[in-house]
Design a protein. Structure first.
Length: 44
């Protein structure tokens, strides 16, 4: 197992979604930030 990593996801994160958002064949994560009306992307 790998060591756990923590990543900040913005203000009041909710509704995480997983998909290949940048088309590179690797799964990425998008998280909606309800307090700031924004989305945080974690690209692999």
């Amino acid at each position: 197992m790998k060591q756990r990593s923590n990543y900040g996801a913005g203000d009041h994160p909710s509704g995480p979604s997983v998909g290949d958002f940048d088309g590179d064949g690797k799964l990425d994560v998008a998280v909606a930030n309800t307090a700031s009306n924004s989305v945080t992307l974690f690209l692999r």
